[in-house]
Design a protein around this ligand. Structure first.
Ligand code: ADP
Ligand code: MG
Length: 188
């Protein structure tokens, strides 16, 4: 059993490459808890990579697994089964209405913001990201990123309690800034 570092689970949202997984680890370290990554949880439960699930069963099936994994993560947090305090989501996990409801009602949501050009740079330099996540459209990476960002930014904004610009900031600085802002607004 742990003493929870926050009443609500901290959840990082934002586009692929904005730094959710990286910042979640830094944030959890500052809070003396553990970080979980929703994509990792899905892969270990199903025993297949996200790319494989997309290729074999399609996006709709993957989104269902994503919602289930999110529900389980929230349940584990509420019942203090784990020392997890920060959950990072995949870029599209905020699309389902039921997930949005869960985030609004039960989480403190932090949106990590970055420009399309920065996202493309980070994704292109990150071997894990390139291999692991499927292309979601038939367009080249830069067009896909710009297109997804335009359609998803309003959703990130609508669920976010805190918005953090990640441009020209290191992950550790971003984590420190999140702790400071959540403490100031008494959300931590
Ligand atoms: P996400 O989980 O949001 O898809 P990741 O945390 O996997 O993003 O980060 C994608 C890539 O960008 C990784 O190679 C990571 O090291 C790098 N990265 C993350 N945050 C930053 C940052 N603030 N500045 C520079 N590079 C970053
Ligand atoms: Mg990630």
């Amino acid at each position: 059993m742990r003493s929870p570092p926050a009443e609500r689970l901290l959840v990082l949202v934002g586009a692929r490459g904005c730094g959710k997984t990286t910042v979640a680890k830094e944030l959890a370290a500052l809070l003396h808890g553990e970080a979980r990554d929703l994509d990792d949880l899905i892969e270990s439960t199903v025993g297949r990579s996200i790319s494989e699930i997309f290729a074999t069963d399609g996006e709709t099936f993957f989104r269902r697994l994503e919602s289930q994994a999110m529900n389980e993560a929230f349940r584990d947090y509420a019942t203090a089964k784990t020392a997890v305090c920060v959950l990072s989501l995949g870029g599209g996990a905020v699309l389902a209405q039921e997930n949005q409801r869960l985030l609004r009602e039960q989480a403190t949501v932090i949106w990590l913001q970055a420009d399309a050009a920065t996202l493309v740079e980070r994704i292109a330099a990150d071997v894990t990201s390139i291999n692991r996540r499927p292309a979601l459209t038939e367009f080249p990476l830069s067009e896909e990123v710009a297109h997804l960002l335009a359609s998803r930014e309003p959703v990130y904004e609508s669920v976010a309690d805190l918005v953090v610009n990640t441009e020209a900031q290191t992950p550790i600085n971003i984590a420190n800034s999140i702790v400071k802002q959540l403490t100031q607004s008494e959300q931590l």
